[in-house]
Write a protein that binds this ligand. Structure first.
Ligand code: SF4
Length: 348
C-alpha cells in the first residue's frame, strides 16, 4: 500500500474518495479526510477521529500525509517566515509565509535548485537538482499553514521556475483553487515564470485566470540573455507578444517582474528602453530591488536610483510598483537559506 498511498497529495482533491476506495477504504472516508486536511488543517491521521481507528493506524504507519519535515525556520523582523523543508532522499526546498495588509501570502517553490541559472540568484547557482511533484509543491502550503495559520494568497515565486515544471505546478494549483481543496480565488494566485517558449500558451489553454508574473529583468535581448540564461534563445518581443495573447485569452493583465541590479540594469537609459518596450501593453511593472546574496558580486541600487527608474516608467504611462522586499533581513533571497544550511552556517 505504501508506494501508492504516498501519492495521496498528488491526487486532485476530487479524486480523494476514489483513492480511498482503491486502498481498502470507502469513498465517504476520502471526503472526510479531504475536509479535515484542507479545511481544518489536520495533517496527522491519528487526529482525524471521524475515521475508524484501524484505518487511521494503518494510514499513519503506511501512508503519512506529509513527506517533508521542517528542518529550519527563520523569522524576519517584518514578520516574514521562511521554512526549509527536507524531503526523503535529501531534497530541500524553501517556502515563505509573508504578512501583509491583505492577509498572509505564501511563496512556494516548484523545483530543487533552478535550471535558469540567473547569475544574481542563489537558487540558480548550482543549477537544477530535480523537479518537485505536485504533491510536494502542495505540501509546502500545508506545512506553512500548520506553522503560521490560514493564508489568503499564494505566489509561485520560490526556488525554481514554474515554467520549467509546469504540469506539476498546475496540478498543485488545481488543489489550491478547487473548492474541495483550499478554495482560493484565481485572483489570489500568482504564477511567476521567465516564460520559456510555449508556457504562456499552455496557461491560456489551462483557462484558470490566475495572475501571471513575467520575469523580464532586462530591457534588451543582449542583457536578458546574460541575466536570464535559461531562455537564451527567446527574444523579448516574442515573449511579450505571447503574454499579450494570454491577456486577450484570460482578460487578466500580467505583471512584469524586474529585479533592479545596481550598475547592471538600473540606468535611466535602460528605464527609457524598458518603457518603450512595454508602452501600450496591458500590464503592471513590479520593480524589485535586488536582495543581497553574499558572494554574488551584485549590489542593491541606491533608493534614489530605484525611484528614478520607477518615475521614468510612470512618466511613460506605465503602472509601476517599487517593491519593499519582505524578509530581506533574514535570508530572504530565494535559495539563500537552503544554500547556507547545505554548506554550513558560515556559507552565507
Ligand atoms: S531568479 Fe528565478 S528563474 Fe532565475 S535562477 Fe532564481 S529561481 Fe531561477
Amino acid at each position: 500500500m505504501s508506494a501508492a498511498a504516498e501519492a495521496l497529495l498528488e491526487r486532485h482533491p476530487r479524486d480523494w474518495p476514489r483513492w480511498f476506495e482503491e486502498h481498502g477504504g470507502r469513498a465517504y472516508q476520502g471526503r472526510i479526510a479531504r475536509r479535515q486536511v484542507f479545511q481544518r488543517g489536520l495533517l496527522d491521521w491519528e487526529a482525524m477521529t471521524d475515521l475508524p481507528l484501524a484505518l487511521r493506524r494503518r494510514l499513519q504507519g503506511e501512508a503519512p500525509l506529509l513527506r517533508s519535515r521542517v528542518e529550519a525556520v527563520h523569522e524576519a523582523p517584518d514578520g516574514a517566515v521562511k521554512a526549509l523543508l527536507a524531503f526523503p532522499g535529501g531534497a530541500r526546498v524553501e517556502a515563505v509565509a509573508m504578512p501583509g495588509t491583505a492577509g498572509r501570502t505564501l511563496c512556494l517553490s516548484t523545483q530543487v535548485g533552478c535550471p535558469v541559472r540567473c547569475p544574481f540568484c542563489a537558487s540558480g547557482l548550482e543549477g537544477l537538482e530535480r523537479n518537485l511533484s505536485a504533491g510536494e509543491i502542495l505540501e509546502q502550503a500545508l506545512q506553512l499553514r500548520r506553522l503560521q495559520g490560514p493564508f489568503q494568497r499564494v505566489v509561485v515565486m520560490g526556488m525554481g521556475d514554474a515554467g520549467f515544471n509546469l504540469e506539476a505546478t498546475l496540478r498543485a494549483l488545481e488543489a489550491i483553487l478547487d473548492p474541495e481543496g483550499f478554495g482560493l480565488g484565481a485572483r489570489r494566485v500568482t504564477l511567476s515564470t521567465v516564460a520559456p517558449r510555449g508556457v504562456l500558451e499552455r496557461l491560456a489553454a489551462w483557462g484558470r485566470p490566475v495572475q501571471v508574473a513575467l520575469s523580464l529583468h532586462a530591457p534588451d535581448d543582449e542583457l536578458r540573455q546574460r541575466l536570464v540564461p535559461g531562455v537564451r534563445k527567446r527574444g523579448l518581443e516574442e515573449t511579450l507578444e505571447e503574454a499579450d495573447r494570454l491577456f486577450r485569452a484570460s482578460g487578466r493583465e500580467y505583471t512584469v517582474e524586474y529585479v533592479l541590479l545596481g550598475g547592471i540594469n538600473d540606468a535611466p537609459a535602460q528605464a527609457r528602453r524598458l518603457a518603450a518596450l512595454l508602452r501600450g501593453r496591458r500590464l503592471h511593472v513590479n520593480l524589485i530591488p535586488w536582495n543581497p546574496v553574499a558572494g554574488l558580486g551584485y549590489r542593491r541600487p541606491a533608493r534614489q536610483a530605484q525611484e528614478t527608474f520607477a518615475r521614468i516608467l510612470r512618466e511613460a504611462g506605465l503602472s509601476v510598483t517599487l517593491r519593499r522586499s519582505l524578509g530581506r533581513e533574514a535570508e530572504a533571497a530565494c535559495g539563500q537559506l537552503r544554500r547556507r544550511l547545505a554548506r554550513g552556517p558560515e556559507a552565507v
